[in-house]
Design a protein around this ligand. Structure first.
Ligand SMILES: [Zn+2]
Length: 339
């Protein structure tokens, strides 16, 4: 876990209340480790949390986690607790498995589908209800336990059972993509670490209003892109141009949000943050050309490498702690809103 407090006076998302909760810049559910004191309680609860919750249903995120299952077994295990998997059922309708449990249901022909690991108890109960002797019940349960796939077994009292192995489960991809407001929220939050003064200016009010559910402002452009391969890392990068701030948000190396804030000048500035998801040490370091920063130790199972560099060099100020360095290397003096 790494924590940065940029020392902003008002919440990044409402611009009004005091920041009081530590927000994961990249969601914890995706393995994010970097936290920052930038949101007020209501914004964390009412704005950030619902957007982050959509991620666990986003098909592209689900596919990324599935494709990185071998590289990220623990993340996969934790993430997929909230993912439904399906297999075709005997009646054509899907069999649903969630959190390693098969959801019992009745088929269109009236057959009852149940998880075989829980079937014995249910069968015994049914047979007792139908008045069959206990000895008969125990014999039938033992027979059921050693039943071959597809082989029918008469249990008595008109009840027939069959075991069937599900060979392939596919994640359910029925839900829609995460709202693009999510990407804009991350961009604002990440920016607040380097330009804490700037994000509190009125220019950003239109972006805040959008994240909170408002209309897309003319100064904003969001695109959802993909690269060619999945990789176990997340990355955040922004660069200032003459008339625009441009962000790239990479999730699992593959899904990329390109977010552009137009009509703002942060000339020649660049900041990047990169989070490896499958390393075991946690440390900070600067870009090769920049000074090495002190390392932050943690028991977290991740390596976080942050790169922060700014040009022109005249505005770079040294500081002892990397957190404040990250905040001060890009101070807000050269940020200018363009008419
Ligand atoms: Zn707020």
């Amino acid at each position: 876990m790494a924590r940065i407090n940029p020392g902003i006076e008002s919440c990044v998302l409402c611009g009004i209340r005091k920041p009081e909760t530590w927000e994961h810049i990249l969601p914890e559910s995706l393995g994010g480790r970097l936290q920052s004191l930038i949101l007020c309680g209501p914004c964390n609860h009412d704005v950030s949390a619902p957007l982050v919750a959509q991620l666990t249903r986003d098909p592209s995120i689900i596919l990324a986690v599935e494709n990185l299952k071998r590289e990220l077994p623990r993340l996969h295990q934790a993430f997929t607790k909230n993912v439904s998997y399906t297999a075709p059922g005997p009646d054509g309708a899907p069999i649903v498995v969630r959190a390693d449990k098969l959801r019992a249901r009745r088929t269109s022909e009236g057959t009852y589908l149940i998880d075989s690991r829980r079937a014995a108890r249910h069968l015994a109960k049914l047979l007792r209800k139908r008045g069959l002797p206990e000895e008969h019940i125990q014999t039938k349960i033992a027979e059921f336990d050693s039943l071959e796939d597809g082989e029918p077994l008469e249990m008595g009292a008109g009840l027939q059972v069959r075991r069937s192995t599900i060979t392939e489960l596919a994640p359910s991809l029925r839900d829609g993509f995460v709202d693009e407001r999510f990407a804009v929220m991350i961009a604002l939050e990440f920016l607040s670490l380097q330009l804490p003064g700037a994000v509190q200016t009125p220019y950003f009010d239109r972006l805040r209003a959008y994240v909170a559910g408002g209309d897309l402002p003319a100064i904003l452009e969001v695109e959802r892109l993909t690269t060619k391969t999945y990789a176990p890392f997340h990355g955040l990068r922004w660069q200032g141009h003459d008339d625009m701030l441009e962000f790239f948000i990479h999730l699992f190396g593959w899904l990329v949000f390109r977010v552009r804030f137009h009509k703002i000048q942060v000339r020649g500035r660049l900041a990047a943050y990169y989070e490896e998801l499958n390393w075991v040490r946690l440390s900070w370091s600067d870009a090769p050309a920049v000074r090495r920063a002190p390392s932050v130790t943690s028991s977290a199972h991740a390596t976080i490498v942050a790169i922060a560099s700014c040009r022109p060099k005249g505005t770079v100020r040294a500081s002892r702690r990397f957190s404040s360095e990250l905040a001060s290397v890009c101070d807000s003096r050269s940020v200018r809103e363009r008419g």
